[in-house]
Design a protein. Structure first.
Length: 286
């Protein structure tokens, strides 16, 4: 049975007005991270994940920006966000929203596609649209998510989630192969790669402008245009991704903060909770 950690607001208030998060990992799907959450005021800054981010709204409304477009989503909407895709999110109505999310890695979708088709899958699974409305599929996803959360029937949980992921890819999926680097502006690719290598260091704008061969202001604008995120936000995002891996491996929050370049554990906690809705301690225990 999966291990469940729960975090909820301390205030005594009705359930529908309380911020809650429930987080766990499911070993039946490569230790896939799972989240059921209600947010009233919490706003996610621009960030991305190493995995897919797949989910559905149960009630309320969230407003999210992805690929430079901002959209409001409610019940019946699906999130089909590819690895590395920058996005944000905040409540779109006063009462906030409740949603369910899973974060499967590429191997999970690849295995499902290969099982369904009966042949090897070449390339990378992807979704062409990240925010869309498909009420029947969103309902099916929420049912499958609740089943694996409750953990009552192993077969029912596996069967439901397996089936809904297969349907998602069949209806909305595509196959992509990452374009070669020369399709991206070379100067921005150099900055992107430099930050990926030096994310834990105290990198300054002067260093990045030299890497790009551009002025500091020009470099910031060009990077944000290319990647929909500023260089500093991307560096923080990389630090959080690394922190997730360290915490998942059992590292303490204090050691993780040091290894990832955060000023201290409190700094890590603020940035981690902003991007995941969870504290490092809750994530580590999940």
């Amino acid at each position: 049975m999966h291990n469940v950690s729960q975090q909820q607001a301390a205030q005594e208030m009705p359930l529908h007005t309380r911020e809650q998060t429930r987080f766990w990992r499911d070993g039946r799907f490569h230790d896939m991270e799972c989240l059921a959450a209600s947010f009233i005021t919490h706003a996610f800054p621009p960030h991305s994940h190493d995995t897919f981010s797949i989910g559905a709204i149960e009630r309320g409304c969230q407003v999210a920006m992805i690929r430079g477009a901002r959209e409001a989503t409610g019940p019946g909407a699906l999130y089909l966000i590819n690895p590395g895709e920058v996005h944000d999110g905040q409540p779109g109505v006063a009462e906030g929203y409740r949603y369910r999310m899973i974060y499967p890695d590429t191997a999970v979708l690849t295995e499902i596609i290969e099982d369904v088709t009966g042949r090897a899958f070449n390339g990378s699974p992807s979704f062409a649209r990240q925010l869309l409305t498909d009420a029947p599929l969103a309902d099916a996803f929420n049912r499958a998510h609740r089943t694996i959360e409750e953990g009552i029937s192993t077969l029912e949980g596996e069967e439901g989630m397996y089936g809904v992921l297969a349907s998602m890819f069949a209806r909305h999926g595509s196959t992509i192969i990452r374009p070669p680097d020369h399709d991206e502006p070379l100067a921005m690719r150099r900055v992107h790669d430099y930050l990926a290598t030096h994310f834990a260091e105290d990198v300054g704008l002067e260093s990045l402008s030299r890497v790009a061969g551009l002025s500091r202001a020009h470099m910031i604008r060009a990077f944000a245009k290319q990647y929909y995120i500023t260089p500093h936000a991307y560096q923080t995002d990389l630090r959080i991704r690394h922190a997730r891996r360290l915490l998942r491996a059992g590292a303490t929050p204090s050691d993780t903060a040091l290894a990832c370049g955060f000023a201290d554990q409190a700094h890590l906690t603020r940035q981690f909770k902003a991007r995941t809705g969870l504290t490092p301690a809750v994530f580590r225990a999940g």
